[in-house]
Structures are given as C-alpha cells and as structure tokens.
Design a binder for this molecule. Structure first.
Ligand SMILES: [Zn+2]
Length: 704
C-alpha cells in the first residue's frame, strides 16, 4: 500500500447521501410543465446530485399546436446554458418530438455530430427562442416520457474508475447499464437508444467518464429514481472507504497560518499570470482540498487531471501544483508558471486539428499547495469560485474512484476536442464584451458613507470587485447586503477598519488579497471635518484631522503600493485620493482640516512620482459641499458651517452652497463617484499626479 513514514490515518471524507425532497402536497396542484420545473429545481439545487450548471432534464408533453390546433407531442428539455437548480420555465427549449425523431434521416455517422446540432432549431415549437443544447438527442431518442441527466460526484466516481463497471454491477445488479466514454452529441444519443433497446427493463445508464441518465413514468418517479441511484452509489463508496484514510493518508497537515500565507501568495501569483486582462482569485481550504493536497497520492492524481467534461472545461485538465516553500521564491514561481504555460502550449500543438480555433489562455486556473489549500484564478470572481468548486467535485470523484480501483482521467485528444469544439468557439465569440473594470479589485475606505458608497456602486456597476473598509460596522453590513443583492455576493467584501490604526489598515488589505488576489484601485476616502478658529484649535483636534486625513491616506497608500507593484507587468494600479476644495483654497476657521487635506494632496503628487515606474497612477478628486448622504455633514460640522454663515442648517445650507458655486448646482456623491471612475480605469491611463475639481465651479480652487 501507500506506506509513508509520516502517514496519518484520519478516515476519508464521505459522500453525502441525497434523499427525496418531493412535496406531494405542493406538487398536486402543478401543471405537467410546472412539475418538470419543480423536479429540475429540486435536482439542481442539491449539490450532491449535480454540480452547478451541470445536467439537464426533460419531459415529453402534449401541447396544442398554434397553427393546426391539434394536440402534438413536444419535448421540453433544458436549453443551452443556465442551471437546472435556478432555471425558470423559459430556460427550457421546446421542440416537436416527431420532427426530432425525423432528423435521423440526416445522420450518417459520428462525423455528423456537429451537422446535427444545426438541425435542432428547425424543430422549434411555438417560436421558443431558447436554444436547444447538444444533449437534446439524449432526451429525444429515449422512449421515456421523463428523463434526467445529472453529474453526481458519487456516480462519476464509478464512471472514472477502473473498478467502476464491476462496482455498478455490485450496487445495482443488472438494473443500471454502462456505456463507454463518448463525447456528448447525436452519436451518444443513438448509442444510448440502441443500448436501452437491447437491455429492456433497465432503470438508468452510467455514461463512463461523464455522469448518469435515468428516466421514469412521471415526474416524481423519475426524480426519486435519480436520487435513489445516487444514494446507492454513495453508500457503496462510503462502505468501501470506511475506516481507511483517503489517497494513501495524510503527509502534510493543514498549516495554522494558511490564510495569511494564501493572502501573500495570491498577490504574487496573480501578478505572474499573463493575458490581456487581469484575473480575480479565490482561495479555499475546504475539507476536500486539504485532504487531497496533503495526501500521499496528491502529486500522482493531480497530474492525471479531471475527468468529467463539465469539470475540466472549468478547471483546465490539470492544476498547477506548488510546495509552500515555492511561494517565497519569486524565481521558482516564475519558472513553474512558465513551465505550466509551455505545457499547455505543447498540449495544444499535439492535439490541434487543421481547423481548430486559436490557442486560448495558457495560464493555470487551479493552483494547489499542500498545507495551504486551493487558489483559482479566472476572468471574474464567480468564475474563479466556481472553478474551485468544480475542482472540489473532481477531488470527490478521485477519492471514490480510487476506493474501488484506479482513477482514470479523460483521454487527452478527447479532452482537447471538447475544449476546442468549433460550436463552443462560436458561443465564446458571441459573448458580450466584458465591462471595463471586470478583473479589477478596488478597496474603498469610508466605504459605507455617502461618497464611499456611491463610488463603490459606480465601480461595481463597471464590473470591479470591491472591498468596503469603514469604522462603522453596522453601516458596512447594510451596504454589503444592498450591494450583494444588486451585484451578487461574490463581488463584495467588507473590513472593519479605522484608517488611523496601522494594524487595521494592514488587515483590510490582507483580507482584500485573500478574498480577491490584491488591490488594483485604492479610493482613499475616509474622512472627517472640523471647524475652529486657530486659537480654539486644540492639539487634539489638530492631530485628529492630520491622523485621519494625512496619516490615514499615507497608511492606506503604503499598503496598496506592494500589491500594485506586483501587478506592474499588467498595468500597475490606480490610487485616487478624495481631496477637498480646501486642500487648495484657504479656509477660514478650519485650518486643521484644510492643512491636513493639503498634506494629503501633496502626498498624492509625491506618490505619483514614486509609483510611475510601476504603472501606479495617483490622482486626486476635489469635491466641495457634498452634503447628501455624508456622515461628516450629519453632525457638528453642519451646525458649525450653518452657524458660520448665520443660516438654517437644513435646506438653507444646501441652497447656500449651491448658490455659492459658479454653476449654481448641487454636488452629489454620484458626481464624485463619476470622477473616481474616470481615474480608476483606462479612460485616464495617461494621467497621473492630477487633480480634478468636482465642486460645481469655485474660483478659489482653480488649479494654477
Ligand atoms: Zn452531461
């Protein structure tokens, strides 16, 4: 066996056993179409049944033809894209079953798979715009009213093991069939139909290297059969693994400080990735990953690569594996990443066909480090997180497969043909252009206040990931919930942070590094304001202003610098200071505030000079009298300013500032956010050391 001097023997993680969640009362009132949707959502929302976005479901239902008024048999089948767990009825393609069956006259053999996809739109029922997926023939060619196709880890484990077919016999006797690996498409549909015809009475078929397809007489029967088959496979595998460690046992234990190590490593690795756009990272130390990466068999199995097509399309065939010691040595990291990219290029050259699309991104998606965990990098946060979760699925598959035999990866050429499938390429070409800040990470201090929140909203709306740092934890939670609702949970993080506290600032940047992979855009915005004549300005008030407005900006910029330097080869970064009109215009009775703001603005110029060689740009936005939503204007400052002008602190104050401006307009947080957005991205790529007034016009603040 896999004896190793330091092997520990914690028992292997086990497969979760799914159970039926069918609610007969709820289902009783449902139409046949609603029952199909209900069944699909139940299956897809249980990750023990299928991975995200994996699998499809169908029902053959009688519908009224809009032209003839006659009853016709229609195949409702999950359309291309989407996820059965969250789909709605409009996610199903609807096609005339009779026309689908008639397509066989155009089928001459396996080389016609691509051609057959082109005929599917001709079978559309009722002008339904949802495109039919390549799995449609699997459903149309089977003579059953209800069909499920899912990718459960427990069954793929059988499907990707040398002992899988034998295990399937042991679990199900002759009840479940077995088809060797075949790429999804019309040919697989024909093979499946012929297999089922030759094996009457079977309940389902395992598709080697892929998943399972099962059927039933009604929606509930079909659903419960699918769940039962998965539970039976999981129980069998759990019995086989019981009491034994997985993957030959643990040789590297999870490191206690792995979160901090990961935060540093994410920044370095992200900076060494190549490509036209920067990527977002995701780190996880979930139990599957720690068990696998710390095991005796890790290197051998990781090199074999993932099996199920759904997995490797997200994860690439094989991960990049590193030792924790590699993370401290930039030259080793560079060499290993270069070697990975060279390996990918070699795979492309070995497997390419004359008409293959151009080589895609050669960078690793999944990076595994024993003791530290799993890091994934992709164009956006959700894709990075999902790639990681798919790799966890792949680990489950390997654990089960090794428990009953040897794990088998997918043949390289087969994998290539799926990855570079021409129809898939056409789909990629049709994808909309990404938003300007997709792949960028922003950290906004004072992120829960008026300008901070408006700025975060602007950056999120352009595709950035945002970490909000603020002292006010209740407002932070509120802002996070609102942004998560609008932009999704993946792209928003928070850190409780007082910018005058060196340790808290460092911790906020570490969180940003661990959660996203670094910082590309820093918006130093956290501020206060005070007013007092010089003789009444206490040293405490003086220091408070300089602590928050000068030192706070210094501390955040200092933390941002190394993370942005790490991205020097990919464009560096952008630092934006929220200044003030009073940074350039003298303010009566506010010397502590105005001088601290002036110090911050000059700091920006100094940093623009220091940052330029690394592509780090530093610019300032000078607002004036942004009252709406501002915490500064909620308190004493409003009273003081109104008192200074001898006016009412409510609407009169806002009118006072509006009328004082040259353009006679209110300045809103959204106006400041727009200027920040300009400095954050490519629009201002050739601008640094600059200042932009957003104050509705103020002669005193004109730059000179
Ligand atoms: Zn599938």
């Amino acid at each position: 066996m896999n004896a190793h001097p330091s092997v520990l023997s914690a028992p292997a993680l086990s497969f979760a056993i799914p159970s039926s969640r069918w609610d007969a009362t709820a289902a009783a009132a449902m139409s046949p179409e609603a029952l199909l949707l209900y069944r699909s959502n139940l299956l897809g929302s249980d990750l023990t049944i299928t991975n995200f976005g994996g699998g499809n479901t169908s029902a053959k239902l009688m519908e009224t033809d809009p032209l003839t008024g006659e009853q016709v048999e229609i195949l409702w089948v999950k359309g291309s894209g989407g996820d059965i767990g969250s789909m709605k009825l409009d996610g199903f393609a609807t096609l005339y079953q009779e026309k689908l069956l008639g397509l066989e006259r155009h089928y001459g053999g396996p080389d016609d798979d691509d051609k057959m996809v082109g005929y599917l739109p001709h079978c559309t029922f009722n002008l339904n715009g949802r495109a039919a997926s390549i799995d449609t023939p699997l459903h149309s060619l089977l003579p059953f009213a209800h069909v499920d196709h899912v990718h459960p880890d427990a069954i793929i484990a059988l499907a990707a093991s040398s002992g899988g077919e034998e295990a399937a016999k042991a679990i199900w006797g002759g009840r479940v069939g077995w088809l060797p690996w075949k790429r999804p498409g019309y040919t697989l549909g024909v093979q499946l139909r012929d297999y089922v015809a030759a094996h009457p009475g079977i309940e389902a078929v395992v598709l080697a290297g892929h998943g399972v397809i099962s059927w039933g007489t009604d929606a509930r029967d079909c659903y419960e059969r699918t769940v039962r088959l998965i539970a039976e496979a999981a129980e069998y595998l759990n019995k086989g693994m019981a009491g034994k460690p997985a993957f030959g046992g643990q040789v590297v234990a999870p490191l206690a400080d792995r979160a901090a190590i990961a935060a540093k490593a994410m920044v370095k690795l992200r900076g060494l990735l190549t490509g036209a756009r920067t990527k977002i990272g995701h780190w996880s130390d979930d139990a599957e990953t720690m068990e696998f990466t710390g095991s005796a068999d890790f290197a051998r199995l990781a090199a074999i690569g993932t099996s199920c097509p759904d997995h490797f399309l997200r994860t690439k065939i094989a991960p990049l594996t590193l030792d924790v010691a590699d993370l401290d040595d930039a030259s080793v990291l560079t060499a290993k990443l270069d070697a990975y990219r060279a390996g990918y290029k070699a795979y492309y050259e070995r497997c390419r066909r004359p008409n293959s699309p151009a080589m895609r991104d050669p960078n690793p998606v999944v990076i595994l480090v024993p003791g530290v965990g799993r890091m994934t990098f992709a164009a956006d946060k959700t894709t990075a997180r999902l790639a990681g979760e798919f790799y966890a699925n792949a680990i489950n598959v390997m654990r089960g497969a090794e428990a009953i035999g040897s794990y088998i990866g997918l043949d390289e050429q087969e994998a290539f043909d799926i990855e570079y499938w021409l129809l898939e390429e056409a789909k990629l070409q049709r994808m909309p252009k990404p938003k300007p800040l997709v792949g960028k990470i922003a950290l906004v201090t004072g992120g829960a206040g008026g300008i901070g929140r408006a700025t975060a909203a602007r950056l999120l709306s352009e595709g950035a990931c945002v970490l909000l740092a603020d002292r006010d934890e209740a407002s932070l939670e509120d802002a996070k919930a609102a942004f998560a609702g609008q932009y999704g949970r993946d792209v928003i993080r928070t850190a409780a942070c007082d910018v005058t506290d060196e340790a808290q600032v460092a911790a906020a940047f570490e969180t940003c590094a661990r959660e996203f992979g670094g910082v590309d855009i820093l918006v130093a915005n956290a501020g206060i304001a005070s007013a007092a004549p010089i003789e009444e300005t206490t040293t405490e008030l003086w220091r408070r202003n300089h602590d928050v407005l000068a030192e706070g900006y210094f501390l955040t910029a200092r933390s941002a610098f190394p993370m942005m330097k790490a991205m020097a080869s990919q464009g560096g970064g952008s630092i934006i200071f929220i200044g003030s009109k009073n940074a350039v215009a003298a303010a009566k009775n506010a010397s502590a505030y105005a001088s601290a703001k002036a110090a911050a603005n000059h700091l920006a110029r100094c940093l623009a000079l220091e940052g330029a060689p690394f592509g780090i740009r530093v610019n300032v936005v000078n607002p004036d009298a942004v009252i709406k939503g501002s915490k500064i204007w909620d308190g004493d400052w409003r009273q003081e300013r109104a008192g200074a002008y001898g006016i009412d602190p409510g609407a009169e104050l806002e009118a006072h500032y509006r009328n004082r401006s040259l353009l006679k307009r209110d300045v809103l947080p959204e106006d400041i956010a727009e200027a920040v957005y300009f400095f954050a991205g490519e629009l201002s790529a050739k601008s640094t050391g600059n200042m932009l007034n957003v104050d509705a016009g103020n002669e005193q603040a004109f730059p000179r």
